[in-house]
Design a protein around this ligand. Structure first.
Ligand SMILES: C[S@@+](CC[C@H](N)C(=O)[O-])C[C@H]1O[C@@H](n2cnc3c(N)ncnc32)[C@H](O)[C@@H]1O
Length: 280
C-alpha cells in the first residue's frame, strides 16, 4: 500500500513475481538443465508455437512479460534477435543467468509493459511475442494493444498464445467436473484479488507475498483493441489444451506439457493463438 493508502496493483504483483522467479528457475518444470545441456532445446511452449510461428530467423523480436526468459531464449534459438522485457528484477536476474548458461544472446530489459515504447523506442520490431499468463496482469487491454502497435514497424506481426478468457472466468476450485463461471469474463475497472501461498510449478519454496491482482479481458475486447490501433487480424485459433494444470483434478498432461480436460474436452477452449499485423 502507498503512503496515500492506495494499493498499487503493479507493486503487489511485482513483489509476488520477484519471490517466485528463483523458485521457477530452480523447478524441474522450467527445464533449465535441458537448455544448458542441449543447444537445440526449445521450451515446450515455443515447441507448440513453432508450426504457427513460421520462419522467424533474422527478425527483430521483443518478448513482452518474458519472465525467466526460457521462451525468449527459445525464440533466439530459432534465429530471431530477441529482447525480453519484464518488470520483475528477480525474473530478469534469472533470465540473464539462464541465457548465459545456455549460450544465448538476448537483451533483457526491466520495464513495465506500458512503458515499453518509451524504453525500447517506437516501431523497432518485426515481431512482438507474448506467452501464456501475461494479459491477466494488465488492467487495460487497449493500452496494451497501443503498446504492441507502437513497438511494431509497419508490416510487423504480433504473435500471442494466451489462456482463454473463458478459462480465466472459471471457478477452478470446485473439485467436480462442472465448469462454473465464478469470475468476470469482461475487463473490469477493479482487479480480482487472490491470495495464494503457492505457484504453478513443482517447488518446496515457501512464499510470503501471496496476493495477486488480476484482470480478465474478453476476446472481443482483445481483438477490438488491436483493430482499433490499426492492426489486422491474420489468424485466430482456439485450443483444447493449456500448458499448466489450469483446472486441477480435471486434467491430464501429455509428454509435451499440454494439459487437456479428461471429460468432454469439447466443452471449452483453454487457450488461443492470435496473430495480427500492423498495417504498413
Ligand atoms: C506467468 S509469467 C509469464 C509466463 C511466461 N509465459 C513463462 O512461462 O515464462 C508473467 C510475467 O509477467 C510479468 N509482469 C506482470 N505484470 C507486468 C507488467 N505490468 N509489466 C511487465 N511485466 C509484467 C511478471 O513479472 C511475470 O514474469
Amino acid at each position: 500500500m502507498g503512503q496515500d493508502g492506495i494499493v498499487d496493483s503493479a507493486e503487489v504483483n511485482r513483489l509476488n513475481w520477484d519471490e517466485r522467479a528463483p523458485a521457477h528457475a530452480a523447478s524441474p518444470d522450467y527445464r533449465v538443465e535441458r537448455f544448458v545441456q542441449d543447444p537445440a532445446f526449445l521450451s515446450y511452449v515455443v515447441q507448440f508455437d513453432v508450426p504457427r510461428l513460421g520462419d522467424i530467423a533474422g527478425l527483430r523480436g521483443v518478448h513482452l512479460q518474458c519472465h525467466i526468459g526460457t521462451d525468449t531464449i527459445s525464440l533466439a534459438r530459432l534465429g530471431a534477435h530477441m529482447t525480453g522485457l519484464d518488470f520483475s528484477p528477480a525474473a530478469l536476474t534469472e533470465a540473464r543467468r539462464i541465457a548465459k548458461l545456455a549460450g544465448a544472446e538476448v537483451d533483457f530489459i526491466q520495464a513495465d509493459v506500458y512503458d515499453a515504447v518509451s524504453v525500447l523506442g517506437p516501431s523497432g520490431f518485426d515481431l512482438v511475442y507474448t506467452g501464456v499468463g501475461a494479459l491477466c496482469w494488465l488492467p487495460d487491454i487497449r493500452r496494451w494493444a497501443q503498446t504492441v502497435s507502437g513497438l511494431l514497424r509497419p508490416g510487423g506481426r504480433l504473435f500471442i498464445r494466451e489462456g482463454h478468457p473463458m478459462l480465466w472466468s472459471l471457478d477452478e476450485e470446485r473439485g467436480d467436473q462442472l465448469l462454473v463461471v465464478g469470475y468476470p469474463y469482461f475487463e473490469t475497472p477493479e482487479p480480482d484479488v487472490f491470495e495464494d501461498e503457492g505457484t504453478y510449478v513443482e517447488t518446496d519454496a515457501v512464499f510470503t507475498h501471496t496476493a495477486t491482482h488480476t484482470w480478465n479481458h474478453g476476446l472481443g475486447e482483445i481483438i477490438g483493441a488491436l483493430i482499433e490501433t490499426g492492426m489486422e487480424l491474420v489468424s485466430f485459433e482456439e485450443h483444447r489444451s493449456v500448458p499448466w494444470e489450469a483446472l486441477p483434478g480435471n486434467m491430464i498432461c501429455d509428454e509435451r506439457g499440454e494439459w487437456r480436460m479428461t471429460i468432454r474436452p469439447e466443452r471449452i477452449p483453454l487457450t488461443y493463438t492470435l496473430q495480427a499485423r500492423k498495417s504498413g
